[in-house]
Design a protein around this ligand. Sequence first.
Ligand SMILES: *[C@@H]1O[C@H](CO)[C@@H](O)[C@H](O)[C@H]1NC(C)=O
Ligand SMILES: *[C@@H]1O[C@H](CO)[C@@H](O)[C@H](O)[C@H]1NC(C)=O
Ligand SMILES: *[C@@H]1O[C@H](CO)[C@@H](O)[C@H](O)[C@H]1NC(C)=O
Ligand SMILES: *[C@@H]1O[C@H](CO)[C@@H](O)[C@H](O)[C@H]1NC(C)=O
Ligand SMILES: *[C@@H]1O[C@H](CO)[C@@H](O)[C@H](O)[C@H]1NC(C)=O
Ligand SMILES: *[C@@H]1O[C@H](CO)[C@@H](O)[C@H](O)[C@H]1NC(C)=O
Ligand SMILES: *[C@@H]1O[C@H](CO)[C@@H](O)[C@H](O)[C@H]1NC(C)=O
Ligand SMILES: *[C@@H]1O[C@H](CO)[C@@H](O)[C@H](O)[C@H]1NC(C)=O
Length: 830
Amino acid sequence: MMVWRVMKLLLWALFILYLACFANGFTPQDMYLIDCGSSSDTKVDDRTYLSDKSAAKYLSTPQDILGTTSSNSITSSEDAQLYKTARIFTGTSSYKFSISKSGRVWIRLYFFPFIYNNFNMNSASFSVSTQKNVLLGNFTPKDPTMKEFLVNVTSGELVITFAPSSASFAYVNALEVVSAPDSLITDDAVTFNPSGTFHGLVNYTLETVARVNMGGPLVTLKNDTLWRTWVNDGSFLVSPSFAVTNKSLIGSVKYPGGYATEDIAPPTVYGTCTKMNSSGDPNSKFNVTWQFNVELGFQYMVRLHFCDIVSDAADEIFFNVFINSFNVAPDFGPTVKVGLADAFYMDYVTPLANNNTVYVSIGPSTVSASPDAFLNGLEIMKLNNSLGSLSAAVSEPPPFRQGSKKNVGMIVGLSIGVPLALLVALIVFLMRRRKKQVRLGHTKTWIPISINGTASHTMGSKYSNGTTISTASNWSYRIPFAAVLEATNDFDESWVIGIGGFGKVYKGVLNDGTKVAVKRGNPRSQQGLSEFRTEIEMLSQFRHRHLVSLIGYCDEKNEMILIYEYMENGTVKSHLYGTDLPSLSWKQRLEICIGAARGLHYLHTGSTKAIIHRDVKSANILLDENFLAKVADFGLSKSGPEVDQTHVSTAVKGSFGYLDPEYFRRQQLTEKSDVYSFGVVLLEVLCARPVIDPSLPREMVNLAEWAMKWQKKGQLEQIIDPNLVGKIRPDSLRKYGETAEKCLADFGVDRPTMGDVLWNLEYALQLQEAVIQNDPEENSTNAIGELSPQVNNFHHADYTPSAAEMSHVDDLSGVSMSRVFSQLVKSEGR
Ligand SMILES: *[C@@H]1O[C@H](CO)[C@@H](O)[C@H](O)[C@H]1NC(C)=O
Ligand SMILES: *[C@@H]1O[C@H](CO)[C@@H](O)[C@H](O)[C@H]1NC(C)=O
Ligand SMILES: *[C@@H]1O[C@H](CO)[C@@H](O)[C@H](O)[C@H]1NC(C)=O
Ligand SMILES: *[C@@H]1O[C@H](CO)[C@@H](O)[C@H](O)[C@H]1NC(C)=O
Ligand SMILES: *[C@@H]1O[C@H](CO)[C@@H](O)[C@H](O)[C@H]1NC(C)=O
Ligand SMILES: *[C@@H]1O[C@H](CO)[C@@H](O)[C@H](O)[C@H]1NC(C)=O
Ligand SMILES: *[C@@H]1O[C@H](CO)[C@@H](O)[C@H](O)[C@H]1NC(C)=O
Ligand SMILES: *[C@@H]1O[C@H](CO)[C@@H](O)[C@H](O)[C@H]1NC(C)=O
C-alpha cells in the first residue's frame, strides 16, 4: 500500500514536471517503467524506472535471476544506465499491468546481450508476446537494442510474456508500458497496388521499424513529447550526393489545426529536411532515395512528414513521392494542402513486402517550375499479420489463460488441488494420442528431410501435426547431388533459364537423356525451405497432365534442389510480351487458358482437401513442346481446410497485380483467390501486357482495373493485343470477357469455380470455332454460374471425377464437351 502511494506521488510529480516542459504535450494515463535486474531505481531524463524489487509485484516467473554487467560499451546514450542490468528468465514468465484507459499503449523493451555467470545472452533466443500478439519470435538481440511496439489494449490489462525458445533462456534489461494518444494512429491509410483505402488500422499492433528525422539531428526522448527517438537519415540514403540538407527552421514550424500536432512529431523533425541537390541545375532528373530493411511477408505503415521550409510563397514546389516503385503522390505540392511551414503528415500502407527492402524516394515533377523535392520526417511501422504476429518465425502467443498470471506458489497450490479424475482423464487422453501417432506412422512413409543434419523437427509446428512431408510409399525421387551436378554441367551459369524468388532454374540433361529443369534454392533461406517442402509434398501427391511434374529432388549438403520435366516453350508470359517470340494465335491462347484452368480445377477438386495454389500468374504457367499448358510452382500452395469449409486464414502471399483484393482485405484464403488471379491471367493473355505497368498513365497501370473499365463499357476489344485485332470472333471475345469479369468479382462468393471457368473457356473456344449453330446471342446471356440445373449436374459429373480417374479426364474431354454443348443447346431452347 505504502509503495503504491509513494509511486503514485512519484508519478504525479513526473506528470507535473512533464507538463511544465511541454505545455501542449500528452499526459499518459498509465505508465510503468522498470529497470529490470536493477537493485535501485534508475532515473533517465526525469523519468524513474523502478528497481526490479519494486516491480516484482507485476511479475510471475519460475526463478529469480538478476544479471549485471560492468561493460562500458553503451555509455553514450542517455538511457545507457538501463542496459547495465537484466532479468533472466529460464522459463515462461509474465509481467501483468493493469491499464486504466483502453486504447494505444507503447511497449518498449530494452535488450543488451552480455555474459553473466553461465548465461551468455548473445545466444539467448526467446519470444515476447502480449495476450493477443507475438511481438518478437525466436529473437536474439544483438548490441544494445530497444524494440518499440504500439498496441491497442482493450481488456483492462496488459500481459507481456517472455518465453525462452527450447533449450535457451530469455532476458530483458528494461521495460516500459506507457499510454500513447489514441489519435496517433488513425483508422485509415492510403494503399497502392491495389490503390484504395486501408481500413482498420486501429485493430493492428505495430512495431517501429524506422523513425527518421530528415536532415536533422538525433532527437532523443527529451525533445519528443512521447519519448520517442528520431535518428538522422544519412545512413539510409542510397546516394548521399543527390541530397542536401536545408538550413533548419525549427522556430518557424506551425501546427495548423486538423493536421499534425506536436505529439505526431516535434518541431525538430518538421523544422529540418533533406532535399534534392538540384542547386542551379534546372535539368536535374534524379530521385533522392532512402532504403530500409524490412521482413518479407508483412505490411508496413509508412508515415511521411512534410513541412515546407524550402519554397517561398512566390515559388511553390511540386514533386513526386515513391514508395518502392509506386508513385504515391504524383505532382504533389505540400503547400497546396497547407501553408508554408505548416506541419502535416500522410499515412500509407504497403502491400505485403516481397522484398527485404522498402525504398522511399522523392523526385522532380514536370509540373514544377524548377526541379526540387523535400521530406522532413519518416516513420515505418510493421503491422501484425493475420495470425496476430509480428514475427514470421512464431505465429502464436504461448498458451495463455486469462487471469492465469499469478505467482508460482499459486499455480503449484492449484495443481495439487486438481481432482484425481481430471488427472486420469489426462493420462487416458495422452495414451490415446500416442496410439494414434503410432498408427499414422505405419500407414505412411515419412521422409524426414534433414537440413544441417538436424531432423525434420526444425521445421517447427507447421509440419508437426500430421502434415510432415509424406508421400506414397514407393518414393524414389531422391537424386544424388553428384547426378545433379552432372546434369547441369556443374550449375553452368550459361544454362540458367530462369531466376525466381526461390533461386535459379537451370536447364539439365539426366544421364538417360531426359531433359529437365533444375531449380536450386538458396540453402540459407528458411522461407525457401518451407516452400521446398510444400512443393515436394504437393507434386508427389498430385499428378496431372496440366501440372508440371516433379522428377526428383535433392537435399544433400543442405541443398534444396527440385528437378522437373523440362518445358520446352517456357512461360506463357514470355509468349505474351517482353520477348520477340512469335505471337500466339487466339485459338492457341484459348487452349493454353483451358489447359491451365484444368490443372487448377484438378488442384481445387482432385482430392478431399482443396489445394489452393496461391501464386497463379502467367509466369507460373509453362508450355511444353506442343504448347500444352501446365501449372507450375507450388511453393506457396496450401491445402484447404477440412473442418472449416469456408476459408483458411494465413499470411497473405502471392504476386502483386494478381492478388485477390478480398484475400488482401480479409486475409482469408479460398479457392476463389486462385480464380481471381486466373482472371488477371485471362486479361494478360488477351491484352499481352504486364498486369502492373507503372510506366503507363495512372488509370492504365493496373491491367485488371483498366480492362474491367472497358469490359463494363462493352468495349474490351479496344485494348486487346494488336496482334489479335480482327482475329477474334465477337462472341468468343464476349464470352471470354464475361468470364474474366466474373473471375474478378470483388467478393469470392460471386466468382465462378474453376470448373465453371473451364466450361466457359471451352465455350469461348467453341464460339471461335463456330461449332455452335444456334444464335450465340442467346447463349451469351447464360452467364457463368447460372447454368440450368441439368447442365450444372452434367458438368459436375463430367468435371469432378474421383482422384483415381483424374488422369483420364483430359483424354475424354473432347468427347464429353460435345455432349455438354448439345445439352446446353437443349436447355436453352426451352
Ligand atoms: C476492429 O475489431 C473489432 C472487433 O475486434 C471490430 O468490431 C471492428 O469492426 C474492427 N474495426 C475495423 C475498422 O476493422
Ligand atoms: C482499439 O480497438 C477497438 C476495437 O477492438 C477499437 O474500437 C478502438 O477504436 C481501438 N482504439 C484505438 C485507439 O485504436
Ligand atoms: C531540445 O529541447 C530543448 C528545449 O527543451 C532545446 O533547447 C534543444 O535545442 C532541443 N534539442 C533539439 C535537438 O531539438
Ligand atoms: C550536390 O551536387 C554537386 C554536383 O552536382 C556536388 O558537387 C555536391 O557535392 C553535391 N552536394 C552534396 C551535399 O553532396
Ligand atoms: C535552403 O532553402 C533556401 C530557401 O528557403 C534556399 O535559398 C537555400 O539555397 C537552401 N539551401 C540549400 C543548401 O539548399
Ligand atoms: C524515381 O523513382 C521511380 C520509382 O523507382 C522511377 O519510376 C522514376 O523514373 C525515378 N525518377 C527519376 C527522375 O529517376
Ligand atoms: C529488391 O528490390 C531491388 C530494387 O527493386 C532489387 O534490386 C532487388 O533485387 C530486390 N531483391 C529481391 C530479393 O527481390
Ligand atoms: C492483428 O492482430 C489482431 C489481434 O491483436 C487480430 O485481431 C487482427 O486480425 C490481426 N490483423 C490482421 C490483419 O489479421
